[in-house]
Design a protein around this ligand. Structure first.
Ligand SMILES: Nc1ncnc2c1ncn2[C@@H]1O[C@H](COP(=O)(O)OP(=O)(O)OP(=O)(O)O)[C@@H](O)[C@H]1O
Length: 226
Protein backbone atom coordinates (compact mmCIF):
# COMPACT_ATOMS: atom_id res chain seq x y z
CA UNK A 1 0.00 0.00 0.00
CA UNK A 2 1.27 3.52 -0.80
CA UNK A 3 2.63 5.50 2.12
CA UNK A 4 0.30 8.17 3.51
CA UNK A 5 3.33 10.10 4.74
CA UNK A 6 6.60 10.01 2.83
CA UNK A 7 9.63 12.12 3.59
CA UNK A 8 12.70 11.97 1.41
CA UNK A 9 16.02 13.57 2.32
CA UNK A 10 14.49 16.38 4.33
CA UNK A 11 16.84 19.00 5.77
CA UNK A 12 15.97 21.67 8.29
CA UNK A 13 18.34 24.20 9.80
CA UNK A 14 17.12 26.57 12.51
CA UNK A 15 18.96 29.79 11.93
CA UNK A 16 20.23 30.72 15.38
CA UNK A 17 22.01 33.85 16.59
CA UNK A 18 25.50 32.38 16.28
CA UNK A 19 25.31 29.26 14.14
CA UNK A 20 22.45 27.29 12.66
CA UNK A 21 21.18 24.08 14.25
CA UNK A 22 20.72 21.22 11.82
CA UNK A 23 17.56 19.63 13.23
CA UNK A 24 16.85 17.30 10.27
CA UNK A 25 19.66 15.87 8.15
CA UNK A 26 18.63 14.03 5.01
CA UNK A 27 15.77 12.62 7.02
CA UNK A 28 13.56 10.02 5.31
CA UNK A 29 10.48 8.20 6.59
CA UNK A 30 7.51 6.28 5.25
CA UNK A 31 4.26 5.70 7.13
CA UNK A 32 1.53 3.33 6.02
CA UNK A 33 -2.10 4.45 6.03
CA UNK A 34 -4.14 3.55 9.13
CA UNK A 35 -1.02 2.53 11.03
CA UNK A 36 0.26 3.55 14.46
CA UNK A 37 3.89 4.70 14.43
CA UNK A 38 5.90 5.81 17.43
CA UNK A 39 9.03 7.92 17.15
CA UNK A 40 11.59 7.72 19.90
CA UNK A 41 15.04 9.23 20.38
CA UNK A 42 17.11 11.38 22.70
CA UNK A 43 16.17 14.93 23.56
CA UNK A 44 17.13 17.30 20.75
CA UNK A 45 17.43 14.62 18.04
CA UNK A 46 14.72 16.29 15.94
CA UNK A 47 11.49 14.45 16.81
CA UNK A 48 9.28 17.54 17.22
CA UNK A 49 10.84 19.13 14.16
CA UNK A 50 9.98 16.01 12.15
CA UNK A 51 6.38 16.05 13.38
CA UNK A 52 6.04 19.78 12.71
CA UNK A 53 7.42 19.28 9.20
CA UNK A 54 4.87 16.51 8.50
CA UNK A 55 2.11 18.77 9.84
CA UNK A 56 3.25 21.68 7.69
CA UNK A 57 3.86 23.86 10.75
CA UNK A 58 7.40 24.68 9.65
CA UNK A 59 9.14 25.17 6.34
CA UNK A 60 12.07 22.89 5.56
CA UNK A 61 15.18 23.79 3.56
CA UNK A 62 15.25 20.89 1.12
CA UNK A 63 13.83 17.44 0.43
CA UNK A 64 10.32 16.20 -0.18
CA UNK A 65 7.39 15.86 2.23
CA UNK A 66 4.48 14.07 0.65
CA UNK A 67 1.31 13.70 2.75
CA UNK A 68 -1.73 11.94 1.25
CA UNK A 69 -0.10 12.27 -2.16
CA UNK A 70 0.34 16.03 -1.82
CA UNK A 71 3.76 17.68 -1.79
CA UNK A 72 3.92 20.14 1.11
CA UNK A 73 7.28 21.75 0.35
CA UNK A 74 6.00 23.63 -2.68
CA UNK A 75 2.98 25.06 -0.84
CA UNK A 76 2.68 28.53 0.64
CA UNK A 77 2.22 28.85 4.39
CA UNK A 78 -1.52 29.54 3.84
CA UNK A 79 -1.91 26.48 1.64
CA UNK A 80 -0.19 24.34 4.26
CA UNK A 81 -2.50 25.71 6.96
CA UNK A 82 -5.56 24.83 4.86
CA UNK A 83 -4.18 21.37 4.15
CA UNK A 84 -3.49 20.86 7.85
CA UNK A 85 -7.00 21.92 8.83
CA UNK A 86 -8.50 19.43 6.39
CA UNK A 87 -6.31 16.41 6.98
CA UNK A 88 -4.31 16.62 10.20
CA UNK A 89 -5.09 16.68 13.91
CA UNK A 90 -2.42 17.69 16.43
CA UNK A 91 -2.16 16.57 20.05
CA UNK A 92 0.42 18.30 22.25
CA UNK A 93 2.05 17.58 25.60
CA UNK A 94 0.57 20.70 27.21
CA UNK A 95 -2.93 20.05 25.84
CA UNK A 96 -3.17 23.55 24.25
CA UNK A 97 -6.71 24.15 25.48
CA UNK A 98 -7.98 27.71 25.86
CA UNK A 99 -8.61 28.14 29.58
CA UNK A 100 -11.25 30.86 29.21
CA UNK A 101 -13.45 28.67 27.01
CA UNK A 102 -15.52 25.70 28.13
CA UNK A 103 -14.65 22.19 26.98
CA UNK A 104 -17.43 22.29 24.38
CA UNK A 105 -16.26 25.67 23.09
CA UNK A 106 -12.71 24.34 22.84
CA UNK A 107 -13.98 21.40 20.81
CA UNK A 108 -15.84 23.77 18.47
CA UNK A 109 -12.85 26.06 17.71
CA UNK A 110 -11.61 24.15 14.64
CA UNK A 111 -15.15 23.97 13.25
CA UNK A 112 -15.69 27.71 13.77
CA UNK A 113 -12.35 28.56 12.18
CA UNK A 114 -13.11 26.37 9.21
CA UNK A 115 -16.82 27.22 8.99
CA UNK A 116 -17.38 23.50 8.95
CA UNK A 117 -20.46 21.67 10.18
CA UNK A 118 -20.15 19.25 13.07
CA UNK A 119 -21.10 15.62 12.53
CA UNK A 120 -23.09 15.51 15.77
CA UNK A 121 -23.59 11.76 15.80
CA UNK A 122 -19.89 11.09 15.26
CA UNK A 123 -18.93 13.66 17.88
CA UNK A 124 -21.34 12.19 20.45
CA UNK A 125 -19.81 8.75 19.85
CA UNK A 126 -16.28 10.08 20.38
CA UNK A 127 -17.30 12.00 23.53
CA UNK A 128 -19.02 8.95 24.92
CA UNK A 129 -16.02 6.79 24.15
CA UNK A 130 -13.65 9.27 25.80
CA UNK A 131 -16.06 9.69 28.74
CA UNK A 132 -16.31 13.44 28.29
CA UNK A 133 -20.07 14.01 28.11
CA UNK A 134 -20.25 15.20 31.71
CA UNK A 135 -17.47 17.78 31.48
CA UNK A 136 -18.58 19.70 28.39
CA UNK A 137 -19.69 22.78 30.37
CA UNK A 138 -16.59 22.85 32.55
CA UNK A 139 -13.49 24.94 31.96
CA UNK A 140 -10.16 23.18 31.30
CA UNK A 141 -8.70 24.33 34.65
CA UNK A 142 -11.50 22.42 36.39
CA UNK A 143 -10.32 19.12 34.84
CA UNK A 144 -7.55 16.66 35.72
CA UNK A 145 -4.54 16.35 33.42
CA UNK A 146 -5.89 13.07 32.01
CA UNK A 147 -9.27 14.65 31.30
CA UNK A 148 -7.65 17.65 29.63
CA UNK A 149 -5.63 15.37 27.39
CA UNK A 150 -8.77 13.41 26.51
CA UNK A 151 -10.39 16.73 25.50
CA UNK A 152 -7.43 17.55 23.27
CA UNK A 153 -7.65 14.08 21.73
CA UNK A 154 -11.38 14.56 21.14
CA UNK A 155 -10.65 17.93 19.54
CA UNK A 156 -8.17 16.26 17.18
CA UNK A 157 -10.48 13.34 16.32
CA UNK A 158 -13.90 14.88 15.83
CA UNK A 159 -12.93 16.65 12.64
CA UNK A 160 -12.07 13.18 11.28
CA UNK A 161 -8.54 13.95 10.14
CA UNK A 162 -6.88 11.03 8.41
CA UNK A 163 -3.64 11.72 10.27
CA UNK A 164 -3.10 12.45 13.97
CA UNK A 165 0.27 13.83 15.04
CA UNK A 166 0.86 13.50 18.77
CA UNK A 167 3.91 15.21 20.28
CA UNK A 168 4.68 13.71 23.70
CA UNK A 169 0.94 13.36 24.42
CA UNK A 170 1.67 11.54 27.67
CA UNK A 171 4.58 13.71 28.82
CA UNK A 172 2.48 15.48 31.42
CA UNK A 173 0.49 12.52 32.68
CA UNK A 174 0.91 9.88 35.34
CA UNK A 175 1.46 6.25 34.34
CA UNK A 176 -2.20 5.25 34.41
CA UNK A 177 -3.38 8.19 32.31
CA UNK A 178 -0.42 7.83 29.96
CA UNK A 179 -1.34 4.22 29.24
CA UNK A 180 -4.98 5.18 28.77
CA UNK A 181 -4.07 7.89 26.25
CA UNK A 182 -2.03 5.45 24.17
CA UNK A 183 -4.89 2.92 24.30
CA UNK A 184 -7.25 5.65 23.13
CA UNK A 185 -4.99 6.51 20.21
CA UNK A 186 -4.93 2.82 19.31
CA UNK A 187 -8.71 2.74 19.41
CA UNK A 188 -8.90 5.82 17.16
CA UNK A 189 -6.74 3.99 14.67
CA UNK A 190 -8.93 0.88 14.89
CA UNK A 191 -12.35 2.55 14.92
CA UNK A 192 -11.76 5.47 12.57
CA UNK A 193 -8.83 4.13 10.48
CA UNK A 194 -6.75 7.14 11.43
CA UNK A 195 -3.00 7.15 10.94
CA UNK A 196 -1.28 7.95 14.21
CA UNK A 197 2.27 9.23 14.56
CA UNK A 198 3.33 9.65 18.18
CA UNK A 199 6.55 11.11 19.53
CA UNK A 200 7.48 9.82 22.97
CA UNK A 201 10.40 9.39 25.36
CA UNK A 202 8.71 6.39 26.89
CA UNK A 203 9.95 3.10 25.45
CA UNK A 204 7.13 1.02 27.02
CA UNK A 205 4.49 3.22 25.40
CA UNK A 206 6.41 3.41 22.12
CA UNK A 207 6.32 -0.40 21.91
CA UNK A 208 2.53 -0.35 21.80
CA UNK A 209 2.67 1.07 18.25
CA UNK A 210 2.75 -1.13 15.11
CA UNK A 211 6.01 0.44 14.02
CA UNK A 212 8.69 2.04 16.14
CA UNK A 213 11.02 4.55 14.48
CA UNK A 214 14.25 5.52 16.18
CA UNK A 215 15.69 8.98 15.55
CA UNK A 216 19.25 10.05 16.09
CA UNK A 217 20.90 13.33 15.21
CA UNK A 218 18.26 14.51 12.75
CA UNK A 219 17.71 11.18 11.02
CA UNK A 220 15.36 8.23 11.29
CA UNK A 221 17.81 5.39 11.83
CA UNK A 222 15.79 2.22 11.90
CA UNK A 223 12.40 0.77 12.46
CA UNK A 224 10.78 -2.27 13.95
CA UNK A 225 7.49 -3.72 12.88
CA UNK A 226 5.55 -5.91 15.27
N1 LIG B 1 12.66 27.14 16.99
C1 LIG B 1 13.90 26.72 17.11
N2 LIG B 1 14.94 27.55 16.93
C2 LIG B 1 16.21 27.13 17.03
N3 LIG B 1 16.57 25.85 17.30
C3 LIG B 1 15.58 24.97 17.51
C4 LIG B 1 14.19 25.35 17.43
N4 LIG B 1 13.42 24.25 17.67
C5 LIG B 1 14.29 23.24 17.89
N5 LIG B 1 15.56 23.66 17.79
C6 LIG B 1 16.79 22.84 17.92
O1 LIG B 1 16.69 21.80 16.94
C7 LIG B 1 17.11 20.55 17.48
C8 LIG B 1 15.97 19.54 17.40
O2 LIG B 1 14.93 19.98 18.24
P1 LIG B 1 13.56 19.15 18.44
O3 LIG B 1 12.68 19.96 19.33
O4 LIG B 1 13.05 18.77 17.12
O5 LIG B 1 14.10 17.85 19.20
P2 LIG B 1 13.30 16.76 20.02
O6 LIG B 1 13.91 15.45 19.66
O7 LIG B 1 11.83 16.91 19.80
O8 LIG B 1 13.67 17.13 21.51
P3 LIG B 1 12.85 16.86 22.88
O9 LIG B 1 12.73 15.38 23.02
O10 LIG B 1 13.72 17.48 23.93
O11 LIG B 1 11.52 17.56 22.75
C9 LIG B 1 17.58 20.84 18.91
O12 LIG B 1 18.97 21.05 18.88
C10 LIG B 1 16.87 22.13 19.26
O13 LIG B 1 17.60 22.88 20.19
Amino acid sequence: MDAIVKLQNVNKVYKGVTKGTKALKDCSLEVKPSSFTSIIGKSGCGKSTLLNAIGGLIEVDSGSICVKGTELTTMTRGERAAFRRNHIGFIFQFFNLLQELTVLENLMIPFDLNQQRVDKEFMDGVLQYLELQDVLKKFPYELSGGEQQRVSIARAIIRKPSIILADEPTGNLDRKNAKQVVSLLRECQRLYSQTIIMVTHDMDLAKKADTMQYMEDGQVMSYETT
